[in-house]
Design a protein around this ligand. Structure first.
Ligand code: ATP
Length: 343
């Protein structure tokens, strides 16, 4: 098998602002054609990494390669990357078509080629036929897709996206997440996407780099990061922090350390129900029952100390689960679903 080539190579990348260490020794290889997400809480350094790749920010230390060429000291306009921002300001007085052609015009691309490329870019974001509209005649999601077309028309090797869906309402945002992934697959361009939204990262990415305090805490596929979090921070940031630690872990699992079990893997049983082979169980009292439409969440205080959350699909006609609040229950899970986070 041919190894995919590396589109972006970061080595020991660092950047401080005064006393604040924004990015602290980041190593990362982004593969050709990959959808890679930089995920982390506010202030963890992901935007600064993106801005350094684009060339808007100079690193204090380390190197940046694009397609094998060191661009650490190359100005932004000479790098084969384009950036799409959350605030994607289209020119209001220009048609959609002219907005998309604008960058090509600046580069003195001949008119016929401009029209052909802008038409193709509009089609790639599923807005074929919308070229004559004014930006004000489009929905928020359509405007965001025009912003994407404006970047794609330059045919960059790499597209950098800084929270591009942040301004959209939740429903539109979820719809755009699926569309953006499809568009990326179609055009085959490497996407580096910044977000602080874990669901967004899990939905779209081939791989996720989870940032914490200027470093990458974990790099892996959505399944890796969700099912096998490398640190307690990742377990808590990507999903619900469902940890069994120390004495509680010893009592339930027979050994210490910090363990994680995802809420949807945990079943809520009556105290006398059989647990089944190959499963672990722990007793507790239901503190909270939260109905969230598709599922119900239970927060259970454990007899051995600490608490766990369990989530159950509401696939049957719902009984009144609120009655479980204050009741003693057992929580049970297949022991293959418990995961050692730290020794
Ligand atoms: P957010 O999701 O809020 O954008 P982030 O993870 O993208 O956060 P960065 O924007 O990279 O984080 O910022 C990392 C740290 O560097 C923060 O503490 C921020 O305040 C600081 N920082 C970033 N840019 C500057 C700047 N131009 N001047 C001073 N400090 C900065």
């Amino acid at each position: 098998m041919v190894e995919p080539s590396v589109a972006i190579r970061l080595r020991n990348l660092s950047r401080s602002f005064g006393d604040v260490v924004a990015v602290n020794g980041v190593d990362l290889d982004v593969l050709d054609g990959e959808f890679l997400t930089l995920l982390g809480p506010s202030g963890s350094g992901k935007t600064t990494v993106l801005r350094m790749i684009a060339g808007f920010e100079r690193p204090d230390g380390g190197t940046i390669e694009l397609a094998g060429v060191d661009v650490t000291n190359t100005p932004p306009y000479a790098r084969d990357v384009n950036t799409v921002f959350q605030d994607y300001a289209l020119f209001p007085h220009m048609s959609v078509q002219k907005n998309i052609e604008y960058g090509l015009k600046v580069k003195k691309v001949p008119s016929a080629e401009r029209v052909a490329r802008a038409t193709e870019a509009l089609e790639s974001v599923r807005l074929g036929g919308y070229g004559d509209r004014a930006p004000s005649q489009l929905s928020g999601g359509q405007r965001q897709r025009v912003a994407l077309a404006r970047a794609l028309v330059n045919r960059p090797k790499v597209l950098l996206l800084d929270e591009p869906l942040g301004a959209l309402d939740l429903k539109l945002r979820e719809q755009m997440q699926v569309e953006l992934k499809e568009i990326q697959r179609d055009v085959g361009i490497t996407f580096v996407f910044v977000t602080h939204d874990q669901d967004e990262a899990l939905t779209m990415s081939d791989r996720i780099a989870v940032f914490s305090e200027g470093r990458i805490a974990q790099l892996g596929s959505p399944t890796d990061v969700y099912e096998h979090p490398a640190t307690p921070f990742v377990a808590g940031f990507v999903g619900t922090s469902n940890l069994l630690e120390g004495d509680a872990a010893r009592a339930v699992l027979g050994r210490g350390g910090t363990w994680s079990v995802r809420p949807e893997k945990i079943q809520v049983l009556g105290v006398d129900d059989p647990v089944g082979d190959g499963r672990h169980a722990v007793r507790g009292r239901v503190r909270e029952v939260v109905y969230v439409g598709m599922s119900t969440r239970f927060v259970v205080d454990l007899a051995v100390g600490g608490s766990l959350m369990a989530v159950q699909q509401n696939s049957e006609l719902s009984a009144d689960l609120n009655g479980l609040r204050g009741q003693d229950v057992q929580l049970a899970w297949d022991s293959r679903h418990e995961y050692l986070v730290t020794e």
